[in-house]
Design a protein around this ligand. Sequence first.
Ligand SMILES: Nc1ncnc2c1ncn2[C@@H]1O[C@H](COP(=O)(O)OP(=O)(O)OP(=O)(O)O)[C@@H](O)[C@H]1O
Length: 247
Amino acid sequence: MIDIQQISKKYKGADNFSLSNLDLSIAEKEIFGLLGPNGAGKTTLISILCSLIKPTSGNFSIAGLTYQKNKNQLKQIIGIVPQEYALYPSLTAFENLKYFGSMYGLKGKILEDKINTALEHLGLLAFAHKKIDTFSGGMKRRINLIASVLHNPKILFLDEPTVGVDVQSKNVIIEFLQELNKQGTTIIYTSHHLNEAETFCTRVAIIDHGKLVVTGKPETLIAQHSGAHNLEDVFIDITGKALRDHA
Ligand SMILES: Nc1ncnc2c1ncn2[C@@H]1O[C@H](COP(=O)(O)OP(=O)(O)OP(=O)(O)O)[C@@H](O)[C@H]1O
């Protein structure tokens, strides 16, 4: 479904490559975790796959479509949940979602029913007509998620969808994503929550310094690393204990 070949990225003015010669294939209906320390290149890779930025070299295709030839078709089959909230604070949740749905050509009762169903699933129906600037971080994350799935994308990219949310919101988000996956949506997500990734993902890739270090099922990676009891042990074993501060 997603085929990445030799992708490299060097940002304008940067000294180093943020991604180098990355090869990766992701199959339909996987829940795939992109893991790695701060600055590893996870957001860069997701941004390239969502056609938000261009790779410096290399190619990728999604369901046989490429950004060079099929940008508009690609836009229709993918959903993007960015790290930052992409919501209008002075509009209500419902108004925001109507706006995002209309960007994909959805309208009328069909759109309103979709919004109400998703708000109900994510525990937000009672807040539909409240302004976003009154919402907590966890509520905004859930609205952000709804905004990205109204057009029933085949593939959903999420950049740290559970960062800064409480356990209750996190569980509701993960259950919602599992349900989408059961209905056929392929999910690619980045996270620093390794416990969450261990149980949520069918397969993970660990990226470090812009390079793909390892891919596999969480249980296989744990079994392959002697002394590892969980994915965090594997992660530390592979990426080391040094801090990754940069400016
Ligand atoms: N617009 C940019 N211009 C220059 N360098 C950038 C830009 N965006 C990211 N980088 C650099 O590219 C590298 C990879 O960054 P990226 O944000 O993809 O990492 P990440 O794995 O998502 O990190 P985090 O876990 O902190 O979100 C880092 O060294 C970062 O400083």
